[in-house]
Design a protein around this ligand. Structure first.
Ligand SMILES: [Zn+2]
Length: 464
C-alpha cells in the first residue's frame, strides 16, 4: 500500500519534473546617462541630443534536465569589438562558471545607439572628452551585461519553449547596380530573407514569459537625414517592435536579435514615422506566430564554438604607401587612417593577412538549431545554410559575439561596392577578403554543425 502512494506522489509531481527546461530572464536599461557619440553613420559629428527611446540589454538563461546551459543576451546596440566580448566572456566564466559556448552575445545593430567600445571607432573623429565618455560607457555596459546575466541565472524556473516562424516584408536588398557599380540603394530582385523566427518561453501552465525573435535587416530606418531625430538615442524598428510586444503583453520580455541582414535595409527609410511602421509590422508578425500553432522545443541543449580564419586579398606595403599619398592629397581622413595603420603593421613586421570569425551553434535536440555568425553577415549565408540543412529548424543569427567588419558572400565580394570593399576602410581592415571567403566559412560551419550531430543534406547552388 505504501508503495502505491509513492507511485501516486511521483505521478503528481510529473507535470513539473517532465519539463525539458528551466529558464530565467533578466533585463537592464543601457540608455547612456549623458550625451555620447552615436554609432553607425560617419556623417554625424557631435554627441547625442536626448533620448527618443530607451535602449535595453535582455537575457535568457536556459538550462536542460542534464544541466547544459545557454545564456542568450540581446542588446539594442550596434555591435561589439573583440576585446569587449572577450572581457565579458572571461568575466562570465569567473563569476558564473559559464563556458565560452554557454553564452551568446547578440545585438540589434541599431544606428541610433552609442558607440560601443572599439567597434567602428575609427569611423568617427572624436575629441578626447568624447572618447572618454565612450570608454566610460563601455565599462558601465560590461557591468550591466553581467548584472543581466546574473538576474537570469537567479530567476531559473520550469519552462516550456516553443518555436515558430512568421514573415515581415519591409527588408529590401540594398545592393543596387547603377551603371557598372553597386551602390547603397534598393534592389528588389536581390537576395532577401523575410523569415521572422520566434522562440517563446512559457510557464508549465501556459503563461507567456518571454519572446525572442529576429529579422535579417539593418536597423537604419532613422537615417539618410541630418534632422534632429538623427542625434537621438533610439532602438530603431527593433526597439519599436520590442516595445509594442511588451505593451501588448504585460509582464512579457520581448527580445530582438538581428539575423544576416548586412546587405538589407528597411524600406522605406529616413524618418521616425517609418520606424513606427516597420516596428509595428514586425511586432504583428510575431503576434501572429505566437497566436498560431508552435512546435515545442526539446532538450538536450548542445552548444559549440569555432573560428573560421578568413584571408584578405593579397596586399603590399607599396599599396598603402600609395594610398596614404592619395588620401593626403584628397584630404580623405578615413583612407589616411587606414593606410597609416596598415603601414604601421608592415613596419612592425606584422601585416594583417587574415582574421578570425567567431561561429557558434546551439542545438535543441532535433527541434531547433541556432547558428550564430560574427561580423556584419550578408544574407546569402542564411539562405545557403537553410538550403543545405533543409530538414533542420535553422535560425541563422548575424553580428553575433563580435563585429569586426562585413562578411560578404562570394557573390557580394565579386560585385564590389560598400559591404565588401569600401566599408573595410571604416573598419580599419587592409582591404577585401580573398575570393575563397564563403567556402572557408561554409567549411567551418559544416564542421561546427557536425559536432552537434548535423550533416548537410540539401544541395548548394552557387548564387553566381
Ligand atoms: Zn551595418
Amino acid at each position: 500500500m505504501k508503495h502505491v502512494w509513492f507511485v501516486l506522489a511521483l505521478l503528481v509531481c510529473l507535470p513539473v519534473s517532465a519539463q525539458d527546461f528551466e529558464v530565467g530572464i533578466g533585463r537592464v536599461n543601457i540608455t547612456p546617462d549623458k550625451p555620447i557619440r552615436l554609432s553607425g553613420y560617419a556623417a554625424r559629428n557631435k554627441p547625442s541630443v536626448g533620448v527618443l527611446q530607451e535602449i535595453w540589454a535582455k537575457t535568457l538563461a536556459i538550462r536542460d534536465k542534464e544541466g547544459h546551459r545557454i545564456v542568450i543576451i540581446t542588446t539594442d546596440l550596434i555591435g561589439f569589438d573583440h576585446d569587449f566580448s572577450q572581457n565579458l566572456f572571461n568575466e562570465a566564466k569567473k563569476r558564473f562558471g559559464l563556458n565560452r559556448e554557454e553564452i551568446l552575445l547578440t545585438c540589434s545593430h541599431t544606428h541610433s545607439g552609442p558607440v560601443v567600445g572599439g567597434n567602428l571607432r575609427t569611423m568617427y573623429k572624436l575629441t578626447e572628452e568624447e572618447a572618454a565618455t565612450i570608454d566610460e560607457y563601455a565599462k558601465q555596459l560590461h557591468e550591466k551585461l553581467l548584472t543581466a546575466i546574473d538576474q537570469a541565472l537567479q530567476d531559473m524556473q520550469p519552462a516550456v519553449l516553443r518555436v515558430g516562424h512568421g514573415q515581415a516584408g519591409f527588408a529590401i536588398n540594398r545592393r543596387e547596380l547603377r551603371g557598372d557599380n553597386v551602390v547603397l540603394g534598393v534592389n528588389p530582385t536581390g537576395p532577401m530573407d523575410h523569415d521572422v523566427p520566434v522562440l517563446t518561453v512559457s510557464t508549465p501552465n501556459g503563461k507567456l514569459r518571454a519572446i525572442l525573435f529576429g529579422y535579417a535587416c539593418h536597423n537604419t530606418t532613422i537615417g539618410g537625414t541630418t534632422g534632429e531625430d538623427f542625434y537621438k538615442i533610439h532602438g530603431d524598428y527593433a526597439g519599436v517592435a520590442q516595445a509594442e510586444l511588451e505593451q501588448a503583453l504585460p509582464g512579457v520580455t520581448a527580445m530582438f536579435t538581428i539575423l544576416c541582414g548586412a546587405d538589407q535595409n528597411p524600406n522605406p527609410r529616413g524618418a521616425v514615422d517609418y520606424v513606427v511602421q516597420h516596428g509595428k509590422s514586425l511586432a504583428a508578425a510575431v503576434q501572429q506566430v505566437i497566436q498560431g500553432p508552435m512546435e515545442e522545443v526539446k532538450g538536450p541543449i548542445r552548444a559549440a564554438v569555432a573560428e573560421a580564419e578568413l584571408e584578405f586579398a593579397p596586399h603590399t606595403r607599396e599599396m598603402f604607401q600609395e594610398e596614404l599619398e592619395k588620401a593626403l592629397a584628397a584630404k580623405d581622413i578615413y583612407r589616411e587612417g587606414r593606410a597609416r595603420r596598415m603601414l604601421e603593421l608592415y613596419d612592425k613586421g606584422q601585416p594583417m593577412r587574415s582574421l578570425a570569425l567567431p561561429l557558434q551553434v546551439v542545438r535543441f535536440d532535433k527541434s531547433l538549431t541556432i547558428l550564430a555568425i560574427g561580423g556584419e553577415t550578408c544574407v546569402e549565408y542564411a539562405l545557403r545554410c537553410k538550403r543545405e540543412y533543409p530538414h533542420e529548424n535553422l535560425v541563422v543569427i548575424g553580428y553575433a559575439n563580435e563585429v569586426m567588419c562585413y562578411i560578404p558572400s562570394k557573390h557580394v565580394l565579386l560585385g564590389g561596392g560598400y559591404e565588401p570593399v569600401s566599408s573595410m576602410i571604416y573598419y580599419g581592415m587592409p582591404g577585401p577578403f580573398a575570393e575563397n571567403v564563403e567556402e572557408v566559412i561554409m567549411a567551418s560551419i559544416h564542421k561546427l554543425l557536425e559536432r552537434v550531430g548535423l550533416q548537410p543534406t540539401g544541395t548548394h547552388t552557387a548564387a553566381n
